[in-house]
Design a protein around this ligand. Sequence first.
Ligand SMILES: NC(=O)c1ccc[n+]([C@@H]2O[C@H](COP(=O)([O-])OP(=O)(O)OC[C@H]3O[C@@H](n4cnc5c(N)ncnc54)[C@H](O)[C@@H]3O)[C@@H](O)[C@H]2O)c1
Length: 258
Amino acid sequence: MRLSNKRAVVTGAGTGIGAACARKFAAEGCAVAIVDVDGVRANTVAGEISEAGGAAIGIAADVSEAESIAAAFDVAEARFGGVDIVMNNAGIVHPDDGDVAETPDAAWDRTIDINVKGVFLGCKFGVPALKRRGGGAILNTASIVALVGSSPSQIAYTASKGAVVAMTREIAVCYARQGIRANAICPGPIATEMTKQVMGGADLAEAYRQHLPMGRMGTPEEIADMAAYLVSDEASYVTGQTISVDGGLTSAYLCPPD
Ligand SMILES: NC(=O)c1ccc[n+]([C@@H]2O[C@H](COP(=O)([O-])OP(=O)(O)OC[C@H]3O[C@@H](n4cnc5c(N)ncnc54)[C@H](O)[C@@H]3O)[C@@H](O)[C@H]2O)c1
């Protein structure tokens, strides 16, 4: 197993991509702290992993609040005896996020608080935890909108994911000599609660699908497969990278008809 004797903190792991990554890490032998603002969901995923024979704990924490996320790392370190992997995955699309001329300041502020400050805080408390283990891996969930523009727009979300990519690169450079790797994963459209919320009606979902070379959305498990590689020792010379898992979307200009 690729992650034997490793211990991970995964944020936003109560559902969607985070939950799939937590399950995959656990299946690879990793003890996983399932951190989510929704504690019931966190405990449910942790319970499922434990029932399947893995090691997991659920922790209720809000990534945008320093005390909350610091306490989550304290619990994970105390329970597992250390942390080797930090996946900063929690993120939102605010329902009022949209065109730059129309997005309310409050939607901008909330998005940046969770998507940018949340990753900042995960690294702020994660890096010292990794250092105490003599190194480790950080994986931040960005998005393809950090790389290509989108219409309809979600300007705060797009800005937040660009910041995640930039932060990841800098952290990778700063801590490379201390045995800490940092990479960002950029999912394309993945079937989760978030995309249900964003895509809404069938028309928009079909428009997205037609712009995908593979002609389909991805699954959370397809992100988890890449995530498990990036946090494992198999990726020991990979750091500072931004890796898309997007069905070819960021390579496409025009797509073939069905
Ligand atoms: N689904 C996609 O198509 C897609 C594409 C690109 C990037 N992403 C990114 O992947 C990540 C996960 O997306 P998803 O689709 O699984 O989302 P999701 O909405 O299905 O799940 C997100 C989880 O994060 C938790 N969360 C929200 N705010 C939090 C906070 N403040 N503190 C702790 N937990 C919090 C939620 O409770 C939920 O369990 C996000 O960062 C998202 O931006 C998703």
